[in-house]
Design a binder for this molecule. Structure first.
Ligand code: ZN
Length: 373
């Protein structure tokens, strides 16, 4: 019974990896319009971004749809398969990288972006969904099953049980590890130099370094990009020599007008609301923490976890553009060009994710401690 429970996440991870590898080589979508034919694979979108001169956006899409999922699934499979056989040091490293990469593997968000792109494609062309799409859906489901069934604490304990290090003395100051959750006890007489987690080897910080200045820089940069991301068109659709620029809001209005209001609401939340809410909430957290305020601490903590979780879903529009530029390549008959709004928007998403990552939520609780001293 225990064995069956242990092998379930491994089976899911392996299945997801196989689905993914299949999706890499198989065609994804084919479209037919004006007597012509276009076919896209997973990497066609990033490639077209590069061709059109938006290298950074291309690199971003390439990383979150190709590199991160492959690495994440590969490392998880290796860790779970080798849990009792491979050297624990190696497995600890691979499991740590898996945990860091996990939110950057955006197959689920990509599929939603595909759904939005699909509604636009059907207006101009005959769309044929190919095998890679189904494989990608299989990959997403198996990956979700693997992520939710893998017991990270259990994996760390198993690896810990196999390590031969001498346990650290249980006195000194307790300090939790960011990466594996292990409660280290840091002696008061530790020497100079950075401290490392006893269990996973990750760096230990009482507080993240330069948290305020780093979080503020990313946040202000994101804020500076937010306006151009919404004002500039993020793509230009040319149909029968007539060019229509699309802004983010324009795309949403069009979805509404076609009667696709659930999709319109989804894109509105993902593209307009989430980035703005993230910027405002994080700004509020930074200011209250720096002022030493103890108000609404529980709310602020929940809000932090919320914006940490929600950020990746803003990528829907970027993925949509990536799929449209990969397929709509019929010259003056029908074609889609990425525009600078898409790059500004991608920058907003990445900068806000970095800003949330840079902020140390423990800083909010320091005010509470200061109050009791
Ligand atoms: Zn650790």
């Amino acid at each position: 019974m225990r064995r069956a429970r242990r092998s379930y996440p491994l089976a899911c991870a392996l299945a997801a990896l196989l689905f993914y590898l299949f999706a890499l080589v198989a065609p994804f979508i084919e479209i037919r319009a004006y007597g012509r034919f276009a076919l896209a694979k997973l990497d066609t979108g990033p490639e077209q971004f590069m061709v059109q001169g938006f290298g950074l956006a291309g690199a971003l899409v390439f990383i979150v749809t190709l590199v991160a999922p492959a690495l994440k699934l590969g490392l998880l499979t290796i860790t779970l398969a080798g849990l009792r056989r491979l050297p624990p040091g190696l497995l600890k490293l691979s499991f740590r990288i898996y945990q860091v990469l996990a939110p950057w593997a955006m197959i689920d968000v990509y599929l939603l972006g595909f759904l939005v792109a699909y509604t636009k494609l059907t207006a101009y062309a005959q769309v044929h969904l190919d095998t890679a799409l189904y494989a990608l859906i299989g990959c997403m489901l198996c990956m979700a099953a693997a992520d939710s069934s893998v017991d990270a604490e259990q994996v760390w304990r198993t690896l810990d049980g196999r390590s031969t290090r001498t346990p650290a003395p249980a006195d000194g100051m307790p300090q939790g590890c960011h990466e594996c959750g292990y409660l280290n006890h840091v002696g008061y007489d530790h020497g100079p130099g950075p401290l490392h987690c006893q269990r996973c080897g990750g760096a230990l910080h009482a507080r993240k370094r330069d948290s305020y200045s780093r979080a503020w820089s990313f946040l202000l940069a994101a804020l500076a990009m937010y306006l151009p991301a919404n004002i500039y068109p993020f793509m230009v659709l040319t149909s029968l020599s007539h060019a229509t620029p699309y802004t983010i809001i324009g795309g949403i209005i069009e979805l509404f007008q076609s009667g696709l209001w659930p999709l319109a609401l989804l894109v509105f939340f993902a593209s307009i609301t989430i980035p703005l809410v993230k910027i405002l909430l994080l700004g509020y957290m930074l200011i209250t923490a720096q002022l030493g305020s103890t108000a609404h601490l529980h709310f602020r903590c929940k809000a932090y976890r919320f914006i940490d979780f929600i950020g990746r879903w803003s990528m829907i529009d970027v993925f949509m553009v990536s799929i449209l530029i990969a397929l709509m390549r019929f010259g003056e008959f029908a074609s889609v060009q990425a525009a600078r709004g898409a790059v500004c928007f991608a920058a907003v998403v990445v900068l806000t994710i970095f800003a949330v990552e840079a902020f140390d939520p423990r800083l909010m609780w320091d005010a509470e401690h200061a109050l009791h001293e």
